[in-house]
Ligand binder design. Structure first.
Ligand code: AMP
Ligand code: GLY
Length: 443
């Protein structure tokens, strides 16, 4: 099997590492890739959003499968273009990727199919939105851009003044360009967040292990929202009972609803969920792809050959494939450039990677230059360890991350600890399939 992975972040490095474990793999390519990925796969200088360039590359290397990982090529229709050229691709087509590409669509979709989510209204007119917020008079108010905005298009406004400023900057000030031509104003949901990724083949949906992302930049969940600063998997409070409820009220109705609307979803569906204190679960957001950095924490726990899963998804045979996970825990901590998620500098030398021996390191924003790794993005490295408990996995990660440094680099020191404050200790039986196995760590 020759596989081409589209993308160039930590998620794609983890996907490449998982594919590399398969005895079925003969050649691994990635475009555009990054410094770390270039040690695992042949990297090609084609942008992730360059649809015709990617089709050409897939043809040139005779790729059996193209794994389209990021949101923008999916929402732009890269899978449609590949399929039209007779190339098999993992990922939803444009019609199905709209579940992430438009929040106005996804909120309407949930309404149509009775899938629980925050109540909302949508607006294109700033004055109408502001009057609605004023009349509602309930804070925090949540304001979301319709389109993709690198995880920054959600504002949790604590007061009317903040909400008004957010609405005006998006609808009048054009802060998010076309992504902000329409907005969603929705009720604030209070509870514990959990991410569940699921494989879907258009008919069958198979949830992976749950995970907890840490979206804020700094310790104590302070600072701006980022793409994600760290993850633990599985989520200690995602019980068998909650998993069953999610399957019945959210996962199955979503895949069925999309198929009914002629938007068959094939690939990885991302469910951002809020476990409410009442026991109810509501959808915060859908993504049409693997999460970043959730993937870095999850894939090291996957026992089943990822190529077998890709094949089952593409051929619509997921129902026939048992998917197994290690009965262990994973922790991922992101090392980022000082200033991220706002302005940051790049080009700093990364030191100490050769000393890491107790965690996997997945590169996000790095490049290789003259035999050295240099920083080349906001999120730079992901440190991942697997162990018998979340505490042990975190201990490993934090021991290893201290061995690596670059100028102005920072990471959160409290990944995986806040859930105790949110939910107390674990309740019920943890949803965790699979059998125990050793984690193979590597640099
Ligand atoms: P999203 O891009 O929709 O995932 O939103 C980013 C983050 O904002 C989520 O991970 C939540 O932490 C928060 N968020 C979004 N919508 C809501 C909501 N309705 N209530 C509370 N928090 C929210
Ligand atoms: N970690 C959040 C996301 O991938 O959207």
């Amino acid at each position: 099997m020759k596989i081409l992975v589209v993308g160039g972040g930590g998620r794609e490095h983890a996907i490449c590492a998982a594919l590399k474990k398969s005895p079925k793999l003969t050649e691994l390519h990635c475009a555009p890739g990054n410094g770390g990925i270039s040690e695992t796969a042949v990297c090609h200088d084609v942008k992730a959003t360059d649809i015709s360039g990617m089709v050409k590359l897939a043809r040139e290397i005779s790729a059996d499968y193209v794994f389209v990982a990021p949101d923008d090529p999916l929402t732009l229709g890269m899978v449609d273009a590949l399929e039209a050229a007779g190339i098999s691709a993992f990922g939803p087509n444009k019609a199905a990727a709209i579940i992430e590409g438009s929040k106005v669509f996804s909120k309407g979709f949930m309404k149509r199919h009775g899938i629980p989510t925050a109540a909302c209204e949508t607006f294109t007119d700033a004055e109408e939105a502001v009057s609605y917020i004023k009349a509602r008079d309930s804070y925090p108010a949540v304001i979301k851009c319709d389109g993709l905005a690198l995880g920054k298009g959600v504002i949790i406004a604590e007061s009317f003044a903040e909400a008004e400023e957010a609405v005006n900057s998006i609808l009048l000030g054009g802060k998010f360009g076309n992504s902000g031509k329409e907005i969603v104003v929705e009720e604030y949901l209070d509870g514990s967040e959990v991410t569940v990724l699921a494989f879907a083949d258009g008919k069958t949906v198979v949830p992976m292990l749950s995970s907890i992302d840490h979206k804020r930049a700094f310790d104590g969940d302070t600072g701006l929202n980022t793409g994600g600063m760290g993850v633990i998997a599985p989520a200690p409070y995602y019980t068998e009972e909650t998993a069953k409820l999610c399957m019945e009220t959210i996962f199955e109705p979503t895949v069925r609803g999309l198929a009914e609307e002629n938007r068959r979803f094939k690939g990885c569906l991302y469910f951002g969920l809020m476990l409410m204190n009442s026991g109810e679960v509501r959808v915060i957001e859908y993504n049409c792809r693997f999460g970043d950095p959730e993937t870095q924490a999850l894939l090291p726990l996957l026992e089943t050959d990822l190529i077998d899963i890709i094949t089952a998804v593409i051929e619509g045979k997921l129902a026939e494939l048992p998917i197994k996970w290690r009965a262990e825990h994973s922790a991922c901590v992101v090392m980022a450039s000082g200033g991220y998620p706002e302005k940051y500098q790049t080009g700093f030398e990364i030191r100490g990677l050769e000393n890491v021996d107790g965690a996997c390191v997945y590169h996000a924003g790095t490049k290789l230059s003259g035999g050295k790794y240099l920083t080349n993005g906001g999120r730079v490295l992901n440190f991942v360890a697997v162990n018998k408990s979340p505490a042990l996995a975190l201990e490993n990660v934090y021991r290893e991350i201290e061995k690596v440094s670059f100028e102005k680099g920072f990471y959160r020191s409290d990944i995986g600890t806040l859930y105790h404050a949110q939910r107390g200790t674990m309740c019920g039986t943890l949803h965790h399939g699979g059998t125990s196995a050793q984690c193979t760590t590597k640099k």
